[in-house]
Design a binder for this molecule. Sequence first.
Ligand SMILES: Cc1ncc(COP(=O)(O)O)c(C=O)c1O
Length: 417
Amino acid sequence: MRKTLPNTGLSWATLQSELIQAGSRDVKWREGRAAVYVFNSGEDVMQVAHDAYGMFIAENGLGPAAFPSLKRMEQEVIEIALSLQQAPEGAMGSMTSGGTESILLAMKSCRDWSQQHRPVLGKPKVVVPYSAHPAFNKGAHLMGLEIVRMPLRTDFTADVTAMAEAIDSRTVMVVGSAPCFPYGVIDPIPELSKLAADRGLWLHVDACVGGYLSPFMRCVREERQLPPLTSWDFSNTGVSSMSLDLHKYGYAAKGASTVLYRDKSMHDAQIFDFADWPCERMTTPTFAGTRPGGAIAAAWAVLHYLGFEGYLDRARRIDAVRERIGDFCKDNGLSVHGDPQLSIIAFGDPSGDILAAGEGLYKAGWFSSRVRKPDGIQVMLSPQHDKVVDTYLDEVMRQVQRVRVQGTRSSGDVRYS
Ligand SMILES: Cc1ncc(COP(=O)(O)O)c(C=O)c1O
């Protein structure tokens, strides 16, 4: 039967216990059982985000004149993001609701900016590596763009030569990820940057995962005297825009990302300005009208609460867990896909069906993603995983051995999303 609105309101005590009950069947992320969707960097950080969100729960980012507080916080968040990414003077950006919105906005800005500055005849085209997030196809679908996905190199990074061959007279945008979601590897942004500059194209770097992690991971690698991460920030002069999620490795409350542009003209192409209706002229920088003040305040508060040292500490912990998983794979005949250097690692099993082992892990309460081409279990790590990595790897070993011994094949009866 369809649910209807209760006639009289229920007490908070009743509702709270219903909510606790509702959540009791969710993945136990507080116990470190989720390696996707949740980015747990500790109770204290969560509390700061929670309290800041609550303080601005009713305020609306749609009205900067009414809420100069939110305007200032957003401006400061953007300035911090720009400085972390070596953005040149005059670079600009906006806070958005998440990675998908940041990507869609960059595509819209590229389409409109190109129309004005580098018009093409026919349907504008976007060239992306096969590993790019589905948000790019969503954007192309919504904005009437053509999109082509080009095969990867054997190390799972973007094949710049193949992408160059796919560029034609209608191409306006090329894309690289830092890192891509499936394998956690960073695309060769310096090469893509050169390609974009040579061919007069807009390069978008999707750093939804790496945006607020790699500036600190660079320091971790320096401390460990490892080769530097592939450079992907604005110091690559062909980079026009980038998407960076605060609600991933910024550890902010959900509903917070940033989209940045090399210059004001590119950011201007994002803005929608409309006056032909009976009310005030409405100027909205993003797709949303109302924007939650809580998400802006929580992101601002967490950035200031953690500071450089706090993020560096979390990056060190993630780095140690990723290394631990990599070593475990090496010691146990599992193969890591490519050379992941940030927070995502995907691994397969040349001696068994890794997806069957993944289904066993899922049934044992460990929630992560799987990849194809080749098959693998993929985990997106949080700092708090350092508390459970050994227990997790014990279960991986149990499942891998079970599958190897019994020759189990994956049943496909587990829904991951
Ligand atoms: C590389 C990458 N880009 C974009 C997104 C989309 O972000 P959101 O889910 O916040 O829309 C994700 C999400 O995991 C991602 O990993």
